[in-house]
Design a protein around this ligand. Structure first.
Ligand SMILES: [Mg+2]
Length: 309
């Protein structure tokens, strides 16, 4: 990776409103190139091999021109973490003004999961509900849950393997989205998703950038849903760019996760369920991590960059 890019490196920590994936502070690395800022923010437990795709995306964002965009704003979904406190859930729902779709994290506890979905339904009776299981269910558990949850838009990664997804698909009429099956594959071009999933989840960082995400969509010939990890506004903005670069976009995008942060490097407000695509200079002051954490991230980037050669 270019030394010049590395010299612009900032590593910042963003506090989250609730515990999300076990974290309360989200560290992200940002660097700036000729075409703007790129975000590198694989979760800290990810190995270098997996992180290398995230780095490819960040480098692409900083060093290549943006693609042609087909819209100026993107409809987003609300994201509901796996918690069951009604007051907290209401607060989270209210932080997504005007959104028409909620994605509910489930998978750990069938009864608590069902209760969470029902709470969101009561709070937002007209919203569509989609659920994300992160591959945690067996085929039997998935079948049981899907037969009792009522109408949902789709289920994201209900089971871990292609074989399980295929078996589940033969047992349910609920649409299935593949996420981890794609972004955790050793070679996502070398998997056969026939009869296993209905739609493809595209996340720009884990899939190695906008060009590679488009190539994957074309390769698998499935309708797509665009989403992100919990990222800063810089990463979200690149996700918005990916979403806007598709002529056809049939699903609300998982790009509203900025609402889960207490503080962000820019405010990308959700207005009537949409986020406008804007250009901005991220406000990084006061957010830097310790010198020790900075070194950790810098080393991680340099190690990971070796894998891109
Ligand atoms: Mg997912």
């Amino acid at each position: 990776m270019d030394q010049q890019l590395l010299e612009t490196l900032r590593v910042i920590a963003l506090p989250t409103k609730t515990n999300f994936r076990g974290i309360n502070l989200r560290e992200v690395a940002l660097f700036k190139g000729q075409y703007g800022w790129g975000e590198f923010s694989p979760f800290v437990e990810y190995g270098d091999e997996e992180a290398s795709h995230w780095l490819a995306s960040a480098i692409e964002a900083a060093t290549t021109p943006r693609p042609q965009l087909f819209r100026t704003s993107v409809a987003v979904n609300g994201t509901i973490p796996a918690l069951n406190d009604t007051t907290q859930l209401k607060k989270i729902v209210d932080s997504f003004p005007g959104v028409k779709t909620f994605k509910v994290k489930v998978g750990i506890d069938l009864a608590a999961d069902l209760a969470r979905v029902n709470t969101i339904r009561e709070l937002q009776p007209h919203a569509k509900i989609r659920i994300d299981v992160n591959g945690l269910w067996s085929v039997e558990q998935a079948e049981e849950f899907l037969s009792s949850v009522g109408e949902i838009e789709y289920v994201e990664q209900p089971c871990a393997t292609i074989e399980e997804l295929r078996e589940l698909k033969s047992r349910t009429s609920v649409k299935i989205v593949g996420d981890e099956i794609l972004r955790k594959a050793i070679d996502p071009f070398d998997i056969d998703l026939t009869g296993a999933v209905d739609y493809l989840m595209l996340k720009v960082q884990p899939l190695g950038g906008i060009k590679r995400a488009h190539a994957l969509a074309e390769h698998h010939k499935l309708p797509i849903v665009v989403s992100s990890a919990l990222e800063s506004a810089v990463g979200i903005n690149y996700g918005l760019t990916l979403a806007a670069s598709f002529q056809e976009l049939n699903f609300d995008c998982g790009l509203g996760t900025g609402s889960l942060l207490t503080h962000d490097v820019a405010h990308l407000p959700i207005v009537d369920g949409m986020i406008q695509i804007t250009e901005f200079e991220p406000a990084l002051d006061g957010l830097d991590v310790s010198a020790e954490r900075f070194e950790w991230w810098k080393n991680r980037i340099m190690r990971t960059a070796e894998l891109l050669k």
